[in-house]
Write a protein that binds this ligand. Sequence first.
Ligand SMILES: Cc1ncc(COP(=O)(O)O)c(C=O)c1O
Length: 465
Amino acid sequence: MTSWLPQISDREGPRYRAIADALAEDVGHGRLGPGTRLPTHRDLAYQLGVTVGTITRAYAEAERRGLVGGEVGRGTFVRGAPEKAPATEPFWQPPSEPSVINLAVCLPHSPGVEQAIASAVASLAESGRLGNLLGYSPHGGLPAHRAAGAQWLARQHRAIGAPEQIVVTLGAQNAMAVAFAAIARAGDTIVTERLTYHGMKAVASTLGLQLEGVAIDEHGLIPEHFEQVCRRSAPRALYTVPTLHNPTAAISPVERRAEIVEIARHYDVTIVEDDVFGFLAPNAPPPIQTMAPDITVYLTSLSKSIAAGLRVGYLLAPLSVIPRVEAAMRALQYSAPPLLAELASRWILDGSADRFAQTQRTEALARQALARDLLPPATVGGDAAAQHLWLNLPEPWRREDFVHELRRRGVSVTGADAFVVGRVSAPHAVRLGLCMPRSREELAHGLGIIAATLDTHVGAGLMMV
Ligand SMILES: Cc1ncc(COP(=O)(O)O)c(C=O)c1O
């Protein structure tokens, strides 16, 4: 019998689950081999200072996950490797109860992508080129992949740059981290919309950047306030999502973009433009990058048009900035995986990627139409091309009560708090990710619950019960 003693003090959640998680980790890392007999319930309970019932529950949970098996009278044993790896549960996955309709995440479904991946990998293997993709590649990506990226940016996003100005990244999140690692230093101030994509908050806290929010309205960032902040705080850069802003789905008009560029030039502020949703809105003004290519680091990815798990993104920067971007890539992940960039490039070149993007545009429009049909017009915010919708709550609803009540009724959404920069108070609004439910019917069901909840007007009293 092993004297296995799991480390659970810094694990969150119920103790039994912490023990099961520790067990899974130790099995996964080979610290507990197949056939190992685990300590008895009583011994482990004593060692960990928990009840015997907790250990019983932990072992039952581990058994449910296929990690251990029990034999009456003989004890609990670590199983051999499962034939099929159990599905992992990434942090963004729909809540564990299948009955919950998940509108908390902005993640589109891409019909046909699985099949496309299978055939692309098969044809890659047949082409004999697979071996070329298994070594290290340049930090910015293979020249062919950068060239495909340049095509994609021009075709679907209207962002213009030569292949040498493009760096292939692991999605937009990685492009953000790389961009700021390249252009900013710990302690620098970065300004952004007062409500911003929470991934930017993660980048700022990891890199030690100070985020400062700029006021926004239904047309995005307000230039006058941007100028005030520039005068007061001398920011290093602006991070902005001018097309289908996350979370408000606002599109900044061209005049505002021009004003923002002028202010940025005047105060020597680099613009980092995040355009992950730009392909959804071909009628929006072109990216800021085209108005100010010399001071803009532009980034996007294939997560919203093809598949987030592909982890392929592109960063487009002035040539003078590229060596610093490549150095940041080198430090953070050497390069994006060439194999994935190859799949993306093939789809860009053969037109499949455009078809996936078109499917997403059509689906987003249809889901928005559904939402606008079912929800009171006064509550609906943002542009009708977006994959998400900003729901302004009527009095007396408060956002946290609304999120809580919806959850109770089986729908999960994201409250405005998740997006707030600094300590300003969040508006009473929530973001609905319209493209996460598998079908329009499921979405309609969720929207029906939201409409009925909006109508109950019990928000103000909820926290008092
Ligand atoms: C505005 C914005 N930027 C970046 C990202 C990250 O995208 P990726 O999956 O490409 O890392 C997201 C994801 O939702 C987003 O909404």
